[in-house]
Design a protein around this ligand. Sequence first.
Ligand code: NAD
Length: 439
Amino acid sequence: MKISVVGTGYVGLVTGACFAETGIDVTCVDIDSDKIEKLKNGIIPIYEPGLDGLVNKNIKKGLLHFTTSLSESMEAAEVIFIAVGTPPDEDGSADLTHVLSVAREIGQYMKQYVVVVNKSTVPVGTGYKVRDVIKEELNKRNVDIPFDVVSNPEFLKEGNAIEDFLRPDRIVIGVESSQAEAIMRKLYKPFILNNHPIIFMDIVSAELTKYAANAMLATRISFMNEIANLCEFVGADINMIRKGIGSDPRIGNKFLYAGVGYGGSCFPKDVKALIKTSEEYGYDFKILKSVETVNNLQKEYIAHKVIKHFNNNLENKKIAIWGLSFKPNTDDMREAPSITIINILKKKGAHISVYDPVAMNECRKRIGDSVEYSNTMYDALKDADALVLVTEWNEFRLPDISKMKQLMRGNVIFDGRNIYEPAEFKENGFIYYGIGRKV
Ligand code: NAD
């Protein structure tokens, strides 16, 4: 079986490599010629654990190819995945420019029946828009070639993307023809041998499923952050509450961590887009609006704690930041809380030193030389008045506290992910701030 995957970002490249791993002949397409050149030479432009090995192995096997030409990739392809970006438009709705331009090109070059699969996260009704654009192009060519459009939202998590794709909890497929359903079933058969379900539904429901999943997860985070903030008023401990409610199977113990707010390329934009879709259909999605407001405030929360601790005076203060990516195991800094925190502290006159295991280059691209880049987590602490832990990378979990004490000028730690034991730091002469912790 031959397929093509359009877009070689986090989703497209993982999708392509994982399908190649099952023996399918995959051509990955991107308009970014630099990216394609790198990939042809086995260089992976993003950081994702395990991806390098998987891509190179399948290039060598002759199962994974890269091109900038969509039409070339479509030769003999039975399925075309659209996995291009859908960034937020100025008004918060998903920008479909890339998705629809791929659809247009498919219509211009299609020669035989093909299943066009939307893997990008797209608002309700986009599947039909893709279908209409392809039809429009076929009409212009005066040809009548049958095709199907399918919605197959992706649920992988950056940092664990390969595992998530190869062993998914579930696969959701929105389909409206039995021919397309049979092809999708065949394609995904190797991934459901663990008996996890493949759920077929209509296209609109599949499109909304993806937004509902991300909106639910974002809601859990904002909810826990609000409970944590309340903990600080009443003197309760969020970690105890998390355990206390997480053992209820109706609630479950995952995704209940208070922190510095959610970021990344998905939750912020998908929450915004779902609010926008609701508005377009005349529905006021009240909970989600609050989820977004709470998150925006939470991203600033720890910076305000720092400012308050130093009595609103950060001139001549050096603040070290551990962790820049929006979560561990990725270099992705899209909408990362670290950016918000750094910007607030910089505005107040603080000198900032930063360290992240993989996102340093990404940070340079985003905020340039206005911060000090350190070679190690400990280098960042030299003469620092305070440390702010923003991303809970494993290497930050068990730091050498006496070394920290020696290196730092001050003795304050702001634990944005509640990964440290307050008592341990206090015993060593530190002042500890967490999120909703009893200290
Ligand atoms: P990305 O920005 O990392 O990659 C998108 C790629 O598409 C880029 O390489 C870009 O050059 C390419 N592209 C844009 N227009 C193109 C065109 N006309 N032809 C060929 N290539 C084109 O994006 P991503 O993070 O992989 O996300 C892709 C989609 O998947 C988005 O809709 C996103 O919401 C969704 N999604 C992302 C994740 C995630 O964790 N990143 C998870 C699930 C779903």
